[in-house]
Write a protein that binds this ligand. Structure first.
Ligand code: SF4
Length: 390
């Protein structure tokens, strides 16, 4: 047994993999949400989980030689469905995949869908990381977002999760909500951090086309927050959470030491993962591809004995190098020139010298002890940096 760079146990010649499982069911559709999720479609649940198990069986032979290091059960609201569905999926994977060294199994949950029985069941099936979508501390903002819960339910569910033995809890928060004041956001951060979750994800709200918020915005009924306020909220987040002992390790993610999300690090380090479930994306065996988006099509394709995969794209060495930069620069530590050279057998400056020079001149990146990373300005204008590497 050897340890790799992230401290993960590796057997000789073993390739490591993350598994993402998409559960597209929710109690109600939040007004800003453009995820692949269906409200109140409990009628699809049994057939969907049967299809998922078929998809897992499809991959059994294809994943020989791979050790599953992380599993992320996301959605949708995976905690909306009965816990036995989740149990069956995990048990099926344990039977068919090499899960012996899996160190992190996360489930996404929402307040109002958890109980002590459900949480205890999750623990007993090996789930060791819980992600709870709180979004805001003020009930008026939760209602404006179309969330199903109040802050009191979040606190109750958070305490239940701790009682069930969860130590690794993430809380999702959103800033830049129309109508949210700086004081609201400061209170959200303050009150959430008081509970001392191991991890916090803080995303700026994006008004997406095709959502209720998107339509209201087009009609002029919804006014987005000013950029200046959005950035003030972002920088307050960084300063406040740092002062409370959180490590800012990715543009929008903060953790107590050692509690970085191992699954998301697989994405940001441009490593392999397989996505199972409707619309899930994969990066596997030199290709990116996704599953069909529609839940009915996903179920019917698998029931006909076919994999529901579409849009395969071969990732060339050149693509891989670009992606490595775009994803790696999301990490606050940045991209290691040494790691780039070891992985691609080519110097970072040799490949991206002109881009790095231009970004240095514009003060969007800096070079620090062999790492290329975003500056303070670069954190605000990250998309301008990523585009240089396309
Ligand atoms: S709970 Fe999450 S996935 Fe479901 S509708 Fe709301 S934002 Fe979307």
């Amino acid at each position: 047994m050897i340890l790799d760079k992230d401290g993960v146990n590796m057997r000789n010649n073993e390739k490591k993999l993350g598994i993402y499982i998409h559960i597209p069911f929710c109690k109600a559709k939040c007004l800003y949400c453009d995820f692949n999720s269906l409200p109140c479609r409990d009628d699809f649940v049994p057939a969907y989980f049967n299809a998922l198990k078929k998809e897992i069986a499809f991959y059994a032979g294809r994943l020989n030689g791979y050790g599953i290091k992380t599993v992320f059960i996301g959605g949708g609201t995976p905690s909306y469905v009965d816990a036995h569905y989740i149990y069956e999926v995990i048990a099926h994977m344990k039977n068919l995949f090499d899960m012996g060294e899996c160190r992190e199994i996360t489930i996404e949950t929402n307040p109002g869908t958890l109980s002590i029985d459900k949480l205890t069941a999750y623990r007993s099936m090996g789930i060791n990381r819980l992600s709870i979508g709180l979004q805001a501390w003020q009930n008026r903002l939760l209602s404006q977002l179309g969330r199903i819960h109040k802050v009191e339910e979040f606190v109750e569910n958070y305490n239940l999760a701790q009682k069930a033995g969860f130590e690794n809890i993430n809380v999702d928060l959103i800033f830049g909500i129309p109508g949210q004041t700086f004081g609201d956001w400061a209170e959200t951060l303050e009150c959430t951090a008081e509970l001392e979750p191991a991890h916090l994800s803080c995303y700026s709200l994006i008004i997406e086309e095709g959502t209720v918020f998107g339509t209201r915005f087009e009609r002029g009924e919804l006014v987005p927050v000013e950029d200046e306020l959005d950035r003030r909220m972002y920088w307050h987040t960084i300063e406040k959470l740092k002062s409370l002992g959180y490590k800012h390790y990715e543009i929008s993610n903060f953790s107590k030491e050692g509690f970085e999300c191992a699954h998301n690090l697989i994405y940001w380090k441009e490593r392999e993962y397989v996505g199972l479930g409707a619309g899930a994306h994969s990066y596997f065996s030199g290709r990116r591809f996704n599953n069909v988006y529609g839940i009915e099509k996903y179920i019917s394709t698998l029931s006909q004995g076919c994999l529901p995969v579409e849009n395969p794209i071969d990732i060339s060495k050149e693509d891989e190098m670009s992606e490595f930069m775009m994803l790696g620069l999301r990490l606050v530590d940045g991209v290691s020139a040494k790691e780039f050279e070891e992985r691609f057998e080519r110097g970072l400056l040799d490949k991206f010298g002109s881009q790095i020079e231009s970004l240095l001149e514009r003060k969007l990146i800096e070079v620090d002890n062999g790492f290329v990373k975003l500056t303070r300005l670069g954190l605000d204008l990250a998309n301008q940096v990523f585009i240089e590497f396309v």
